[in-house]
Design a protein around this ligand. Structure first.
Ligand code: FAD
Length: 278
């Protein structure tokens, strides 16, 4: 069982717990985006195992008629392997998702994986138009070109600021510049995209920019935030907008939990208070 502090950020170790969590947020008009925790496999067996787990996850979402999509990390289904594992596993997941009418998001990892991820998602979008989407990172200098390419593809885009420490040669380093680029790319998406825009941010400034772009262009969009982060805002926003909560689950939760705690002082204080019982 996930201990009390971590269960703010992780939906459970087991599939059923994750599905129960999504049912709960669905009751409050928030959709779920389920991610089985796992990354950087260097052997085929665990990559295939996680791909199979996504098939069972899709079955569970469909059986319980949940408002939920899945989100897959490329390195958990084989992008680090010198074989076709990634493309084959993604195709299998997308085929299964299509037959159950479930949307598949693909997370974006560090810049060395961007080309392969982009190519694979563009291929899958031809097989399942409007059924797949990928995260695009505003901190990468290449992003404008990637968005221009994606404007021609029936795939959704989740715009995020970027979570990986990238070298200066490929990525903007200053937060203010990343924020500026995020706003600029959001405008591009609202102007050019009718195939699904997702605003993957907790930042009130980015969310208010998205709302005003929606008023200007009328483009449909959804807001995506992480489980355990600004949850009250998620429920408030859901009264007016489509909101989805990215909820990770699975036995490999510890590393993810540490990342959430490290990234923000307030989260660390919350964890400390819970441990001390104050
Ligand atoms: P920040 O720039 O970190 O913060 C801006 C403001 O937002 C803060 O000042 C505060 O007001 C508010 N805020 C931010 N965090 C908190 C918090 N914990 N509690 C309270 N307020 C807060 N990155 C990738 O590289 N690849 C991915 O595939 C990917 N997928 C993602 C999917 C989702 C649904 C989300 C929400 C993020 C994803 N990310 C991904 C992470 C993303 O790149 C950012 O690292 C992360 O979202 C932090 O940026 P931010 O825009 O939320 O706000």
């Amino acid at each position: 069982m996930i201990p009390p502090v971590a269960n703010r950020f992780v939906a459970g170790e087991e599939l059923d717990e994750a599905l129960d969590h999504v049912a709960d947020v669905n009751d409050r008009d928030v959709g779920g985006i389920l991610n089985l925790l796992g990354e950087h496999y260097h052997e085929r067996a665990p990559a295939d195992e996680d791909a199979d787990a996504y098939l069972r996850l899709i079955d569970g979402i469909a059986e319980r008629s949940l408002e939920a999509s899945v989100s897959v990390k490329p390195s958990q289904i084989g992008i680090d392997l010198p074989t076709n594992a990634f493309a084959e596993n993604l195709e299998q997941i997308v085929t299964h998702a299509k037959s159950h009418d479930v949307f598949v998001w693909v997370d974006m990892e560090d810049h060395t994986t961007t080309d392969t991820t982009l190519d694979a998602v563009c291929n899958q979008a031809q097989r399942y138009p409007h059924g797949v989407g990928l995260a695009i990172q505003a901190n990468l200098k290449r992003t404008r070109e990637d968005l221009e390419r994606l404007a021609e593809v029936p795939a959704g885009v989740r715009l995020v600021k970027g979570a990986y420490d990238e070298p200066e040669s490929v990525a903007y380093q200053e937060k203010a510049v990343v924020d500026e680029m995020y706003e600029e790319y959001l405008e591009f998406l609202f102007r050019e995209f009718d195939q699904g825009v997702a605003v993957g941010s907790h930042d009130p400034a980015m969310l208010s920019h998205a709302k005003s772009l929606h008023d200007t262009y009328g483009t449909p969009f959804e807001i995506q935030m992480l489980m355990g982060v600004r949850e009250d805002a998620q429920y408030d926003l859901a009264e007016e907008y489509d909101v989805y909560q990215y909820a990770p689950y699975g036995p490999k939760w510890l590393q993810y939990f540490y990342r959430r705690i490290r990234e923000r002082k307030k989260n660390a204080l919350f964890a400390l208070r819970a441990v001390l019982g104050i």
